[in-house]
Design a protein around this ligand. Sequence first.
Ligand code: OGA
Ligand code: NI
Length: 370
Amino acid sequence: MAAMDATSGYDRMKELKEFDESKMGVKGLSDSGITSIPRFFVHPPETLSDFKKSSSTCTNIPIIDLSGIINSKDNDHRLKIVEQVKEAAKTWGFFQVINHGVPISVLDETIHAIRAFHDQPHEVKAKFYKRENELGGVMYTSNNDLYRAKSAAWHDSLQAWTGPEPLKVADLPEICRNEVVAWDKSATEVAETVMELLCEGLGLEAGKFKELTFLDARVLVGHCYPYCPQPDLTVGITSHTDPGVITVLLQNHVPGLQVEHGDEWVNVKPVPGGLIINAGDFLQIISNGEYKSVQHRVLANSYKEARISIVIFFNLSKWKGDGYYGPLPELLSPKKPAIYRNFTSQEFFENFYGKGIDTKSLIEKIKIQN
Ligand code: OGA
Ligand code: NI
């Protein structure tokens, strides 16, 4: 009886299950022409009033031009870019890169293919709908944390592990198969370039993160934020930080992403040809707090056109021999002692999968108190 609201007879669990079992996702609800959203999507007033706040002074996150970085020997230029990346990762935790070497046509094809997947009738998508995504697997779902979060959010996602186990390409929906494979390759190249710059910003060898397998365990998620008839009552994605090393995000022109900066929320304006990069909790920890993993969120989409974003989360594939990780020893000194303790892979994964995505980050748990 605990789940049943005694005063109204509202059985939240039953409603969640019905929605889940319908496999129609929020896109299906949106397409059905509903004018009011199911109650389990409605967020509490505190969340909603906070979602209404966005910065009027700050109009975008830093934009970093990577032209001249790839295959160039101009060291002065590289040092300048390293400085920009370092500064952005320290103060914002988020930046957009342009002239990253991936042709705009590839970006457009990727967005188009993910959109085409979500645009299919829900009966077609239903065969990919599930909740457990084993390593190497593919799943389509609405709200990864549907049963764990306090309130649901207005998005559906197609998710595929693209490493370290080779992706079973035939498992991908045919409508976006080639594009997902191609995007994983292109985004990984960009991530490698960015990780080299991040390494140099810490005074490490450029190839250090690659060597530590930080490019290897990858999850690609193609989100769809369809039109929401009551965008003031729910959210696109709850405020959270990403758990891994870095995230590469490609978005279409429909806005909605916001990043916390100081005590403000800054709208991330889509820039043509731009890719958004953000630091995850893992990077904040191993950089001993130098780079920041910051809260971000997505507003429920009030535009008729769906917002599409494709994220790839980069994680390490090999934990150290003794099964833990922590601030990189190279970065520590008597002047800069570790501010985080070491943690095990089990702690890392339990923290992520234990609750909703809004769960308190691992960072708070492993902070060394002075
Ligand atoms: C995420 C995320 C933002 C977006 O998937 O972790 O923050 O714009 N997505 O879809
Ligand atoms: Ni995120």
